[in-house]
Ligand binder design. Structure first.
Ligand code: ZN
Ligand code: CU
Length: 490
């Protein structure tokens, strides 16, 4: 057999395609998987006995805000330690590139860092910076709509004019030529909420020309969620662009129990156009502190506050009590600030998580001093808590949602599957012990049960320790985004 460096023997292979796991040996040569087979043998430099362990394609974190983190902390431990081998950055309308800031970054651009981290006036400058940093994991990127608005508008609380839209399209085209996956919006945020559907439609045109896609943090995840979904589907239909709804959820107490009708609307659209979504496996969200989401019935924890850093980790209710003001007033004084909102029902989250169109995305916030535990725990939590402990979904299906499905939907060619010829992004884990350790009280903790991680054929993580050489690459959009339905899924 040609050039076999590593032979992984006897693992149960969940190959990312969604079918039943099978026992096989897998051979890696250079940066590729060179063979897969039950009787396979080769003269490998290294032979690994993987009996009792599961071998899967490296996980693809489809929803991240790691844009500047992959450069600042290229070890990428929060993700590598979960078995993640590729992160998709640029979600929710915010991206590090192409950005030319004139002032401090607006909310929620500030989730990516202070003004000095925005150093990439063009998308190609960002690609170069990632390549120079050589992060441990692969990086693929979306362009944020709010980032484009920042470049060309004097204020963000209005719709863009046609000349501003033209300037944004110009930025977007440059990015798409350099391999951007598509455009993301964050229409719920005040920095993009005044954008009309027409503004997005105009930006979606270059996406169709490039074979790229549209992802959206919906205009509403509350009472008006169905209208917001319709808006996203309309953009996809009219511009012939695949749509991915980010962190699909029913947010706010008044909205609990609506996941059934939300998924029905998703399925209805799925019958005629390319639509899917991502989800994190927690009943709490996290972002900047939004006055509109303050609700006495929802537990809100402050994660950071620029004027009052000492409130980090405290409940908003507690801060309000100490200050003898109501929670909205307390939230106003804390600005700019970040928060965790316990505003999702666990039943809704589970129903969305197991839906066949749902991919896994952490939505982790690596710049947060007290991050939501999803940053360190998302993928092992799905495998441990929801697959093994609760039997919410089969292992093969969960792995598919983390690998083959996102690779197909986002156009990451030759990744996300254990097949001969694919890139050797692999994770070996123990199905009996894999679990997330990060909690709301103690969120910065690696998970358990991730035995080894290879990225582009290079052993990058083993038994809790990252390797010295980092082998991640910038991954450009492949020619085709497929909308194939997963194999053997309900
Ligand atoms: Zn978002
Ligand atoms: Cu997000």
């Amino acid at each position: 057999m040609p050039g076999c460096d590593v032979l992984i023997r006897g693992a149960l292979v969940a190959d990312g395609g969604g079918t039943e796991p099978f026992a096989a040996n897998v051979a890696v040569g250079g940066d590729r998987i060179v063979a897969v087979g039950s009787k396979l043998d080769c003269d490998a430099t290294e032979v690994i006995d993987a009996t009792g362990l599961v071998l899967a394609p490296g996980f693809i974190d489809v929803h991240t805000h790691d844009d500047t983190y992959v450069i600042r902390a290229p070890e990428m431990l929060p993700k590598l330690s979960q078995g993640v081998t590729t992160v998709i950055v640029g979600n929710c309308g915010i991206s590090a590139a192409p950005v030319r800031l004139k002032t401090d970054p607006s909310d929620p651009m500030n989730l990516l860092g202070d003004a000095e981290v925005f150093r990439y006036p063009t998308f190609s400058a960002y690609v170069e910076a990632v390549q120079t940093a050589r992060p441990a994991v692969n990086v693929a990127a979306l362009v944020g709509h709010t980032a484009l608005r920042n470049n060309h508008m004097d204020r963000l609380d209005r719709a863009a004019t046609s000349s501003e839209i033209e300037a944004m399209r110009c930025d977007l085209r440059e990015a798409l030529q350099c391999g951007a996956l598509g455009l993301s919006t964050g229409l719920a945020y005040l920095s993009a909420n005044a954008a009309t559907t027409e503004e997005i439609l105009a930006l979606a045109e270059p996406l169709a020309e490039a074979g790229a896609l549209y992802t959206t943090h919906l205009r509403s995840e509350g009472a008006a969620i169905l209208d917001a979904m319709d808006e996203a589907f309309r953009i996809g239909r009219e511009c012939a662009v695949p749509v991915i709804i980010s962190h699909l959820k029913c947010a706010g107490v008044h909205n609990w129990g609506r996941s059934g009708e939300v998924l029905e609307a998703l399925d209805l659209a799925r019958a005629t156009q390319a639509v899917s979504c991502d989800c994190y496996p927690y009943a709490a969200g996290s972002s900047t502190l939004d006055l509109r989401q303050v609700d006495e019935r929802v537990e809100i924890t402050i994660t950071w506050s620029q004027p009052y850093p000492e409130t980090g980790g405290k409940a908003l209710a507690e801060v309000a009590r100490e200050w003898r003001v109501d929670q909205v007033e307390a939230a106003r004084r804390l600005q700019p600030a970040g928060a965790i909102y316990h505003s999702i029902s666990g039943d809704d989250m589970r129903r969305i998580l197991r839906h066949p169109a749902t991919m896994i995305g952490s939505d982790g916030l690596p710049n947060d001093p007290r991050p939501h535990p999803r940053l360190w725990g998302t993928f092992p939590r799905v495998l441990g808590r929801y697959v093994r402990d609760e039997s919410l979904l089969p292992l093969s299906e969960a792995v598919h949602k983390m690998t083959g499905l996102p690779a197909a939907r986002f156009g990451l060619g030759e990744r996300g599957l254990i097949r001969e010829g694919c890139f050797a992004d692999l994770v070996l884990f123990d199905p009996k012990s894999v679990r997330d350790i990060a909690t709301y009280d103690d969120p910065v903790q690696p998970s358990e049960g991730i035995v080894r991680v290879w990225i582009n054929g290079v052993l990058s993580y083993g038994n809790g320790v990252p390797s010295e050489c980092r082998a991640g690459r910038f991954v450009k959009r492949s020619a085709t985004v497929t909308n194939q339905e997963p194999v053997a899924l309900r």
